[in-house]
Design a protein around this ligand. Structure first.
Ligand SMILES: [Zn+2]
Length: 299
């Protein structure tokens, strides 16, 4: 049940935008529908010839985004899940080789990626009320866990808290989350990009977004030397569209999740003469503005 402090949908959208430095936001399904319409009408994407790749955290709260997107016909049951805990692209080069061999003939790829964070109806950041559980719980548990470890005094990779995670075994994904977050928190460019986000956990999540972006795009997809099974970068062969951002989980049954888009980009392969992949930024403001029906807040 809700309480008197609960916000309306519009207020939650507004609050999310404020928490993330007044960036534009929209509900996730509306935003994905809008992105697809732009890709279809303006850039020649066809649903039957598109492979959808998702690098998001496997947490069940994230699944609503794909399920409720009616105009994304290929997406609902037909997603290559690339992400591990916190949305880190854990499938790696072998996974990339596999999913790229599944691209329909003459087709293209849409990649949705990013971390997630909760926002309860009373505006508590990094918490969410889950189905059947009355007390809010942490979201994203892996990212907040990594933040707690990294933000401890005198962080050391050999510290007991990290070594405990490592030594317990079967925690490879969590170690990868910690390492990615550590790289981001040591990177001045990343910290500068998100310096307008004051909330500690929202800022940490935005840093993590940039870590996922660089791992996925630079280390995996653009790096043409080591991809398996085919050595050439898949982006040299087919067009890719990237929708990157932060998914904000709202309390169960309240409203669709909110999405803070950080990147909407189209990559075009080089022509037959060779050359480089062309990267074109599409307008995230326009994307959010066209993400109707439903409340949209533009910061
Ligand atoms: Zn998570």
């Amino acid at each position: 049940m809700g309480s008197n402090n609960d916000m309306s949908e519009h207020e939650l959208l507004k609050k999310t935008s404020e928490v993330f430095g007044n960036r534009p936001v929209a509900t996730g399904p509306n935003l994905l529908n809008s992105a697809w319409k732009i890709l279809e009408k303006e850039h020649g994407f066809e649903s039957e010839k598109t492979l959808f790749i998702q690098s998001t955290c496997p947490d069940e709260v994230n699944r609503t985004m794909g399920k409720s997107v009616g105009n994304f016909p290929f997406m609902n049951d037909d997603i290559f899940h690339f992400g591990g805990l916190a949305g880190i692209p854990q499938s790696g080069r072998v996974g990339l080789g596999a999913c790229c061999s599944h691209i329909p003939e003459g087709g293209r790829v849409v990649v949705l990626f990013g971390p997630h964070i909760g926002m309860t109806s009373d505006g508590t950041v990094a918490k969410v009320k889950r189905r059947g559980i009355s007390t809010p719980s942490t979201s994203c548990g892996a990212a907040v866990g990594a933040c707690n470890i990294l933000c401890g005094a005198n962080f050391d990779i050999n510290d007991d808290s990290v070594q405990g995670v490592a030594k317990a075994g079967m925690n490879e994904q969590m170690m990868s989350v910690i390492n990615t977050c550590k790289r981001c928190s040591d990177n001045e460019d990343v910290k500068k990009k998100v310096s307008d986000i004051e909330d500690k956990l929202a800022n940490f999540t935005a840093q993590l977004y940039h870590g996922i972006e660089s791992t996925l795009e630079q280390d995996l997809i653009l790096n043409s030397d080591n991809n398996v099974p085919d050595k050439a970068s898949p982006a040299c062969k087919v067009p890719f569209a990237f929708i990157g951002g932060i998914q904000v989980n709202t309390d169960h049954g309240v409203m669709d999740d909110i999405f803070v888009p950080m990147q909407f980009e189209l990559w075009t392969p080089p022509d037959s003469e060779g050359g480089e992949v062309t990267r074109k930024s599409l307008d995230v403001e326009k994307l959010c503005a066209s993400a109707g029906p439903g409340p949209v807040f533009r910061g």
